[in-house]
Design a protein around this ligand. Structure first.
Ligand SMILES: [Zn+2]
Length: 335
């Protein structure tokens, strides 16, 4: 990939990082012609560099520091500037506009992010899109001990709204909600992220909840890097994250975050490019082949055990009194 146009956001980012981020001083050539001329950035690099990856410019009052969780390796500390904190919402807006089209007034609806982290809080903030709408983070683990009927009634809150969640959370939820006396909730759309999801899983969810189901490829380290193609099971890179596939591995660069630029960051996820003619979207397209993200562990009675899905589902159906689902690299854990 070339970066020769000095006005391209990528060229501007590289220049900024070379000038203001100590870590990049000697890693980025003064007039970088291509991304290949720069080394990739590993998790270990990020851990070892610490604050040397932070810019010496910018108002730190507006930065947000967060830690990724990690069942594999040490957590990473990530620093986001204001633009990077908004990036996921900006990309969600673009994605929903494309997916739902201009005739669906989705901006008047709430965006409800569902989690099952025991430690996560439930809170809401005004929506950026409509004065009557809110963005909600809803921790369902507090509701989980309710009897089935009361639990289902509470979940009616999701009807007609936009739901975001990890696939494993939606799966646990639909296992509990579907097949009883009360109909399951029917959101406007469900957006999956945080783990890879198969077309079969998305189709099943769409049938069970009678709604559109889509997905994004989102990492705590760079934000929303790609969104699911509406026609295929491939992903289209977002305009704010530069995507490369290096020796089969997804390598990403956020052009937004100036607090802690992540340039050529190795995701650990495998992918391959598909022909851009595979769909009618006229955008680059890749298929995720394997994603290390999605390994689950579950805490039961304060004891943390790694669990495959079957064991996890079995554990949940046994209704532990206290439980939480955690996942490597989940941005939730830091919020
Ligand atoms: Zn497409």
């Amino acid at each position: 990939m070339t970066v020769s146009d000095g006005h391209h956001p990528l060229a501007a980012l590289l220049d900024f990082a070379r000038r203001t981020v100590p870590f990049y001083g000697d890693r980025i050539p003064e007039h970088a012609e291509s991304m290949d001329s720069m080394p990739v950035l590993t998790r270990q690099d990020v851990q070892q560099a610490g604050p040397r990856l932070w810019s010496t410019e910018g108002d730190r009052h507006f930065w947000r520091r967060m830690r990724t969780t990690g069942t594999t390796g040490e957590p990473l500390e990530i620093v986001l500037d204001k633009g990077a904190q908004r990036q996921e919402l900006v990309e969600l807006e673009r994605h929903l506009d494309r997916l739902l089209g201009p005739s669906v007034p989705w901006r008047t609806r709430d965006v409800v992010h569902l989690t099952l982290h025991r430690s996560a809080s439930t809170r809401s903030v005004p929506s950026p899109w409509h004065p009557d709408a809110v963005l909600v983070k809803w921790n369902l683990s507090q509701l989980w001990p309710l009897p089935d009927k009361a639990f289902r009634a509470a979940l009616g809150r999701l009807d007609g709204h936009i739901v975001t969640a990890m696939p494993s959370v939606m799966r646990l939820l639909t296992d509990r909600l579907c097949g009883g006396d009360l109909p399951p909730p029917s959101p406007l759309v469900v957006t999956l992220s945080g783990e890879s999801s198969s077309a079969a899983v998305r189709d099943s969810l769409a049938r069970q909840l009678s709604c559109a189901v889509t997905a994004t490829y989102t990492l705590a380290e760079v934000g929303c890097a790609a969104t699911l193609c509406p026609e295929t099971d491939g992903y289209h890179p977002t305009s704010t994250v530069v995507t490369e596939i290096v020796q089969g591995e997804l390598v990403v660069t956020s052009t937004v975050n100036r607090a802690m630029p992540m340039i050529r960051y190795r995701t650990g996820d495998q992918a391959r490019w598909l022909s851009a003619t595979a769909c009618g979207c006229q955008r680059p397209l890749f298929r995720l082949r394997s994603a290390r993200r999605g390994s689950l562990s579950v805490t039961l009675g304060g004891r943390r055990v790694n669990a495959e899905r079957r064991r996890l589902l079995g554990a949940w159906s046994a209704r532990p009194r206290a439980g939480s689902v955690r996942r490597a690299g989940d941005p939730d854990a830091a919020r």
